[in-house]
Design a protein around this ligand. Sequence first.
Ligand code: HEM
Length: 483
Amino acid sequence: MAVTLDAPISWIAAVDEDAQMLGGLQPNILKSHTREFFTILFLKFNVRDDGMSFLRELATDGINPALMKSAMDHLLEVETFKQEGTPGTPYVGVGISARGYDLLGVPKQRQPADVSFQKGMTHNETVAALGDPDVDTWDGHFRQEIHAAIMVGDQLAPPHNAALARIKQMIAERPTISLLGQQKGNGLRNKNGDGIEHFGYVDGRSQPLFLIEDIESETLNSDGTTNWNPRFGLSRVIVPDPCAPDSSIHFGSYFVFRKLEQDVKAFKKKEAELARALDLSAVDAERAGAMLVGRFEDGTPLTTQSAEGNHNPVPNDFTYNSDPDGGKCPYFAHIRKMNPRGSGGFEAEESERLHIMARRGQTYGVRTDDPNDGKVENKPSEGVGLLFMAFNSSIGEQFEFVQMNWANNGGFPSVPPGRLDPGPDLVIGHGARPQIDCPVHWGANFEEHASHRQVDAVAQTVTMRGGEYFFAPSLPFLRTLGD
Ligand code: HEM
């Protein structure tokens, strides 16, 4: 039997190859790991043997115990927490860049082969294709040759800090390893307890689900799975680890990291300007921001209702089928561009779904204000943002496709004849931003002149500060390094 890749799997019922795969896969790929407290370290190895022994020690069983655990260990910990309330252990994840594989001495033909991964995010062709700012403008450590990213996450500060201290000690014991930089992340939540990003909107809600247990839970404990199908085969997120002892059962995933700084004050000003340009009444003003994101701050999808309030739990069982003209949720809204849910107009729904990726982002930067207090002047202009992190089975077909062909492409999704193109994504799109066509009231009929208005698009308020592509290898690869 081969590992099941074309459908979701049950981890509880997993046997044979599926169980072996889960026992060698890193956590946080198939299912998100809690990481309210989060740090990512960027390393350069310089000397092959020290790099190898460091990675091997991180992953090796029996060392005090090993810092890294498997996806299966994580799933068992989550179950134990549910049954007994016993907290799990911290998440420690490893990503290796293509230059890192070179330094470790892995021959090119045995390295993870994804073309985008091999080029790297700093490659001038990648920068140009993604529309990213010049590498010269990125934060210092992203301009250097990064060999590995080490991630530490936990629900609580003390276990996170203890694991991080242990890893830093391991680095200090090997003077040839350079700690190029580190980035902290920290969970941000609204008054309902839902995770939000710095503009104040619930984030991380819509995810591809790879485990039958998670799909059952979504069906039973959330708003359901009748309209939007969150089931995805594992081939959307994992690939055989080509360097592992047995690539038929040892899997890894391509990991995309991007530091995206958010000018929150500017975004909040733009929301208010849009509300004024559309003459939205005070009670309707929140709809301006919801048009940019596609959800209200509390997560209520704009295509399903005209005001916030549907947040318990935050819905995800919707499509744009009842909103073909964008009279409720405009075509340019971030989530409509990033997942048109079958309404993109360029590909059949099944092909569109091939671009969906597992997002595992975390906010960074400390806030002294309340992100949802409705004020503008107290909002930060710098020092806060999103550590965009995503696991892919193909960077070119997933992250890069979505950033280039959906976010940056002003012509996506397709619109009926005579309508203004959506323009680039107003949260993350790069490139010129032409005027946008907005429904003046929710459920507008675009045939009626007065029901829509063409206004200036909001300016760019998210700046890419640097990043890299990595491969998150299997634990057996790390444990056998140097053999
Ligand atoms: C600072 C940058 C970003 C902000 C503030 C942001 C914000 C959000 C928010 C508020 C949501 C709604 C919550 C949800 O449906 O899960 C969302 C969803 C999403 N975002 Fe972003 N995002 C950012 C960057 C990105 C990037 C770089 C990508 C990919 C290239 C991306 C892709 C997506 C996708 C695929 C969804 C889910 C859409 C759906 O399935 O309905 N986002 N984002």
